[in-house]
Structure formats: structure tokens, C-alpha cells
Design a protein around this ligand. Structure first.
Ligand SMILES: [Zn+2]
Ligand SMILES: [Zn+2]
Length: 351
């Protein structure tokens, strides 16, 4: 093993990440060293890159990559050596482990989190040949799963699942749900919704995304929210739930306006939209809006199990680590169908 590795480093606010040669990290006493087998790239990284200084609380530089699959190759002195050789995915939202949220298994809503969020979001992430995970409690076994399939489970699938989970048992054949944005997260949402009886309407301006959504079980795919509004002109044809995987100002306002009485909007995307909240805004009665964040580890275990059962499948485009910057460029220009996944080693996969 040489003592340096290739990594995608985010070094300055407002600038693109760069490929750099950096030292291979060593795990702390409770941590492990992963050899990264696949790492997804996410729209939220673009929002990080574009943020002005001071908006996000992260210290620079760090390695991007918050969707990580890998193999444990070394453990710290306090960590269980039984992890060595295991294929894992990383629960990437790192809580304190001891506050009342963390103790309830909801580390994504940690009350004591330091400014950094987790791997690739303030701490060094998985767009590298190796990555340190500071505690084995962030590891979920992923033996037997293709790493290219496993990596997107940790954010794209987990975040979609966490956003949808409270609604899934309620959806029946009379339910109407709207998915705004069928990219990395949305294409998992469509798969989860297709396992219910609900009628699924998907809005995405990109034709390739609409075609994929149709293949995955969407009943109706539309290019814009005006078209969705034309399907929702009566109290019963409005939507029981809207999952906004874009969350720009325009999509959020439309999402609430398209709700049926008692309906809910889940604000998931990171486009930075703002929505006035209050009564007497002309929306249907009993509307609610919530903004779930990523997902807890038990939900990650659920999506890993769903993937093992063949009930969730990541549609991916793969890139070698040397082409990671190009993968970001293609994501930025809307050319990725499903999820872009970077593989440090030379292998070919994807669907
Ligand atoms: Zn993400
Ligand atoms: Zn906590």
C-alpha cells in the first residue's frame, strides 16, 4: 500500500472540487478504515460548492462523498476486529450518540451535532480510495450487495424512504401522490410508491427522467407543474401527498397549492426555496408541510433489506474516480439518469 491516495477535495467556497493526492488516513481508536468500493455523487454537493462563505458551518478543506460503500481494511484499537473484511455501507449522518434523539436511534436529528454533518459534509468523505469512519456504529453490513447498488442506498434511497415512510401505510387505490423531481432520490421514491396502490404522478422537465419514472411504475409523467395542476382541478383530484425532491421556491409554492384537504408536502430537495406558512393563504384545509432530513440508521437497514429483496434498485451511471469531476459536471448539466456512482477501482457496472 502506498501512503497516498486520490481524493475529491473541496477546498474553497464557490469553487469546484478538485482531484488531489492526499495521505491515506488512519482510523482513530474507535474507528475503522474503509477501502471505498463505490461512492455516489449527490446534488447537495453542488449546493455545497455553490454556497458563499459563511452559509454552511463546515471547515475546509474536506473530501466530498456522502454515499459510501466499502470494505473494512483496518480498525482502531477499541473497535471490533470482526469488522475487518466486511462489506459495509456508511450511515453518513453522524450524531453525538448520547443525546435523547441519538439514543432513540434518530441520529439524523441529533441535538448536539457539531457543525459538520458527516462523511463528505464537513468530514472527509468517500470520493477517495480510502475513508475513515470514526465509529463502528455508523456501519451497516452490506455483504452480497453490488457496491454500486449499495452506495446510493445511504442517501438517495434512505432520504427518499425516510420522507415517504410515514405515508406508505396510508396510501390506497384512491390516493394520489405527486413526486417533483425524479433524479437520484426521486427514482427511489417512485419505486417505493409503486409498491403501494396509490396513483403516482411525476413531474420532471427531463425526458430521460420521466421515461425512467414510467419504467419504475409512475402512472403519469409530466414535464412541469402547470401540467400537474391541470390534473388536479377538483377537491378529489388534488394530491394527498407531494414529495418535493427539488424544493425550489416555485416547486414548493405549487406543491402546497396542489394539495387536497388534509394533504401533506414533504420538502426534501436542497434548492433553497422558501415558503410562507400560515392560515388564510388560500390552500386546502388542514395542509401540512414538513422538511425531513436524511434518515436514521434503522431506515438505512430497511433500505438495505429492500435492495437485498430486489425491491429497490439504483439506476446508475458509473465513473472511475479519475473522472469524478466530470461526473459532477454532468450532474450539474442535468445529464445523469438516476444516480452517478464513482468507483475507485477499475471495474464496470451500472444499468
Ligand atoms: Zn446527498
Ligand atoms: Zn445526538
Amino acid at each position: 500500500m502506498t501512503d497516498t491516495m486520490l481524493a475529491v477535495r473541496f477546498e474553497a467556497w464557490g469553487e469546484r472540487a478538485r482531484l488531489r493526492e492526499v495521505p491515506i488516513p488512519e482510523p482513530g481508536p474507535d474507528g475503522v478504515l474503509l477501502e471505498v468500493t463505490a461512492a455516489g455523487i449527490c446534488h447537495s454537493d453542488l449546493h455545497v460548492e455553490e454556497s458563499p462563505p459563511g452559509r454552511l458551518p463546515f471547515s475546509l478543506p474536506f473530501t466530498l462523498g456522502h454515499e459510501v460503500a466499502g470494505t473494512v481494511v483496518a480498525v482502531g484499537e477499541n473497535a471490533d476486529p470482526g469488522w475487518i473484511g466486511r462489506a459495509v455501507v456508511v450511515h453518513g449522518v453522524w450524531g453525538c450518540g448520547s443525546c435523547r434523539r441519538c439514543r432513540a436511534g434518530r441520529e439524523n436529528y441529533c441535538l448536539e451535532r457539531p457543525p459538520a454533518i458527516g462523511n463528505g459534509l464537513g468530514y472527509d468523505g468517500g470520493l477517495a480510495e480510502f475513508m475513515v469512519v470514526p465509529s463502528t456504529r455508523y456501519l451497516v453490513p452490506a455483504d452480497g450487495l453490488d457496491p454500486v447498488q449499495a452506495a446510493p442506498l445511504t442517501d438517495a434511497a434512505l432520504t427518499a424512504y425516510h420522507a415517504l415512510k410515514p405515508f406508505l401505510p396510508e396510501l390506497d387505490a384512491e390516493s394520489r401522490v405527486l413526486v417533483i423531481g425524479s433524479g437520484g432520490l426521486g427514482h427511489f421514491a417512485v419505486q417505493l410508491l409503486a409498491q403501494t396502490a396509490a396513483r403516482i404522478v411525476v413531474v420532471d422537465p427531463k425526458q430521460a427522467a420521466r421515461e425512467l419514472a414510467s419504467e419504475l411504475g409512475a402512472h403519469e409523467t409530466l414535464p412541469d407543474l402547470d401540467a400537474a395542476a391541470r390534473t388536479a382541478t377538483t377537491p378529489t383530484s388534488r394530491f394527498d401527498a407531494v414529495f418535493d425532491f427539488v424544493a425550489a421556491e416555485s416547486t414548493m409554492a405549487a406543491a402546497v397549492s396542489l394539495l387536497a384537504a388534509g394533504g401533506s408536502v414533504r420538502v426534501v430537495g436542497g434548492a433553497g426555496g422558501v415558503l410562507p406558512v400560515g392560515k388564510d393563504l388560500g390552500f386546502a384545509q388542514g395542509w401540512s408541510v414538513s422538511a425531513p432530513f436524511w434518515g436514521p440508521k434503522p431506515d438505512l437497514a430497511d433500505v438495505v433489506a429492500l435492495a437485498r429483496d430486489g425491491r429497490l434498485h439504483a439506476h446508475t451511471e458509473t465513473f472511475p474516480l479519475a473522472d469524478a469531476i466530470e461526473a459532477y459536471d454532468r450532474l450539474r448539466s442535468g445529464e445523469i439518469r438516476g444516480r452517478a456512482v464513482v468507483i475507485p477501482a477499475t471495474m464496470t457496472s451500472g444499468t
